[in-house]
Design a protein around this ligand. Structure first.
Ligand code: ACO
Length: 325
């Protein structure tokens, strides 16, 4: 009997041109490179230019992923975009990206799970493929968090950046073992009781304006390490794979200390962890596909290797995915 799997066949990344260093931020607000680096591991972030939209970043990353897969927009029959910073309240940013890619058939929609958005979007696309409702899917994580930051609030504005990453998935048949390539598992969770820990204080139905990000940093930190390690353990148990077999651990890039704490809990050494937080800062739903695309492009991720993704974000939402590359 054969089993249908979603296989990653292309990845792409895009970062805006403008780099803002910690020193540059320290000229505008009461902070320092030393404080930001020691607490978060962040040294710089990329910030979208005026008029450069989430869809522009997503389109650029998607084009690179399609090139990498030797495909065009017309080969795609499902486009899922993870974003919490859409161009407009509606339509979905996915439809703007769809048009630019020349994709005229199938479905295109956004998924909103904040920093867990890419894992949620990947799980959604994987389930469409496994159900036979799509053959080829494009999953994009794209954000312009710089637009929802309160640039006078030093406790939040130093943490985030803009960017986009994309992955092309194609249905392939295999024997259904964990040695086959493709997505082996996805696990998603949410608990709305934690709303106040991380949210944006605006929106079309409440204030009528986009609002600004608000966060209880210490609480997010505590839940981050605990929940991200637990959802990876859940995935390893479900697939019967021991942590020693993980070749690449690619966590959401929120904070180096959260990543270090989670990988320590899982018993993974730093040589198996992909880290971009120092250069990209936290790009929310874009952080995982950006990191995956970087590690695939520079040859770290090799065919047949086991890749584990995990994230936690506003909601709270959290989740993991295991892929055989
Ligand atoms: N520069 C200088 N000082 C600062 C800054 C700053 N940018 N921000 C806060 N401080 C000050 C505070 O005002 C406080 O000063 P006080 O003691 O005089 O009151 C002091 O530093 C300590 O503040 P804390 O908030 O206690 O600092 P903490 O050690 O908890 O670090 C941080 C804050 C980095 C936000 C940490 O809690 C954290 O990493 N939390 C996780 C948050 C996160 O990653 N969120 C991302 C979104 S969620 C996600 O993606 C998973």
């Amino acid at each position: 009997m054969t089993t249908r799997r979603s296989c990653a066949v292309g990845t792409g990344a895009y970062l805006p041109e403008r780099v803002v260093t910690n020193d540059e931020l320290a000229k505008r607000i009461d902070t320092s490179d030393e404080w930001i680096t020691s607490r978060t591991g962040i040294r710089q972030r990329y910030i979208a230019a005026d008029g450069e939209l989430t869809s522009d970043l997503g389109i650029a990353a998607a084009r690179r992923a399609l090139d990498d897969a030797s495909m065009t927009g017309s080969d795609i029959d499902l486009l899922v975009v993870a974003t919490s910073t859409p161009d407009e309240t509606f339509p979905a940013t996915a439809t703007v990206i769809q048009k630019a890619l020349g994709m005229t058939r199938g479905a295109a929609f956004d998924v909103q799970a904040v920093c867990s958005g890419f894992v949620y979007a990947l799980a959604t696309a994987d389930n469409f493929i496994k159900a036979g409702q799509a053959e080829t899917a494009l999953v994009v994580g794209a954000e312009t968090f710089s637009r929802i930051l309160d640039w006078t609030d030093r406790t939040t504005c130093v943490l985030f950046g803009d960017g986009a990453g994309a992955m092309v998935l194609r249905a392939e048949d295999g024997a259904g073992t964990t040695a086959d390539r493709g997505i082996l598992s996805t696990h998603l969770h949410a608990d709305g009781r934690y709303h106040d820990m991380l949210y944006v204080d605006g929106g079309p139905s409440s204030t009528g304006s986009a609002g600004y990000l608000r966060m209880q940093g210490r609480e997010v930190f505590r839940h981050g390490v605990e929940k991200m390690a637990a959802v990876v353990e859940e995935a390893l148990e479900a697939t019967g794979l021991p942590a020693e077999q993980i070749d690449w651990f690619i966590p959401h890039q929120a904070n180096k200390r959260i990543i270090d704490g989670t990988s320590r809990k899982l018993g993974l050494g730093p040589e198996r962890v992909v880290m971009t937080i120092d250069r990209h800062a936290n790009t929310s739903a874009a952080s995982i596909p950006l990191a995956v695309a970087e590690a695939a492009a520079d040859g770290r991720i090799q065919a047949g290797q086991l890749v584990v993704l995990e994230a936690l974000g506003g909601g709270l939402t959290w989740g993991s995915a295991i892929l055989r590359w």
